[in-house]
Design a protein around this ligand. Structure first.
Ligand code: F6R
Length: 244
């Protein structure tokens, strides 16, 4: 894993945006894997500005999002459909028919997950996957457990994730307790993976990620077996590395 430690969140977002922009220069019809959450928002803003200035073109890009709450309607302000529309899709020239997000209202989640994995492969697989990391080391919604799922699947969320994410909902009761998420092999099949982390709250997860050990207790640690992963973090998130 290559590690890039940045001064702060702004620099981290800029570095992330440069990787995406180089990817699209080399392959304008790239398939991007996208994450939601607070971490990539700065990078999405920079990409939107670059698109406005004509420095980057999304017209041929295809995208697949990592996850979506279950059950949630796409027009719910806390859905990942809504997040992507607000933070990226409405601000760049990506074609909506080329964006793919799991259906959080699907009556048949198993079928929906199978359809999603198949579609990723039909489109040629993910060229560049963007990830954030949970405080507990989750990626997508692959939560720490004795066993992890390989394919896209429906999963219950852990209490730690419910607590971290319920701040965005009116109350914890309003927050869905399950999600549809790409599985570990769906993620690891990506040709290149960028994982981003900022702030003190991520320092334990980052230190464990770089400890050299692989464990399903820290789903992100499985990224260590992938040949092309770049961790982009700020100083605060990196501050516990070597102390673990
Ligand atoms: C979001 C996702 C999650 C987040 C993680 C970090 O699509 O898959 O794994 O990346 O929970 O969230 P933030 O960035 O809000 O700290």
């Amino acid at each position: 894993m290559r590690v890039i430690v940045c001064l702060d969140y702004n620099e981290m977002s800029m570095v992330g945006a440069r990787f995406v922009s180089s990817q699209l220069t080399l392959k304008p019809d790239s398939v991007l894997g996208l994450a939601t959450g607070l971490t990539p928002v700065g990078m999405y803003n920079i990409l939107s500005d670059m698109n406005k200035k004509g420095e980057i073109d999304f017209s041929k890009v295809k995208s697949f999002n990592l996850d979506e709450y279950y059950k949630i309607a796409p027009d719910n302000e806390q859905s990942y459909h809504y997040f992507m529309e607000k933070n990226l899709f409405s601000k760049v020239n990506i074609k909506r028919e080329n964006t793919h997000i799991l259906d959080g209202l699907s009556e048949n989640p198993e079928e929906e997950c199978e359809r999603f994995d198949k579609l990723i492969q039909e489109k040629g697989g993910i060229d560049l996957q963007i990830l954030g990391i949970g405080r507990n080391g989750h990626i997508g919604f692959n939560e720490p457990d004795k066993e992890l799922y390989s394919n896209t699947h429906l999963t219950p969320l852990t209490q730690s994730t419910i607590e971290a994410n319920s701040v965005f909902f009116e109350s914890e009761d309003e927050m869905p307790k399950s999600a549809l998420t790409m599985g570990m092999s769906s993620i690891l099949k990506s040709k290149r993976i960028i994982i981003m982390a900022n702030g003190e709250s991520k320092k334990d997860a980052v230190a464990r990620l770089l400890s050299g050990k692989i464990s399903t207790d820290l789903p992100a640690s499985l990224l260590n077996i992938h040949p092309d992963v770049i961790l982009i973090c700020d100083k605060a998130a990196y501050s516990s590395v070597n102390n673990k």
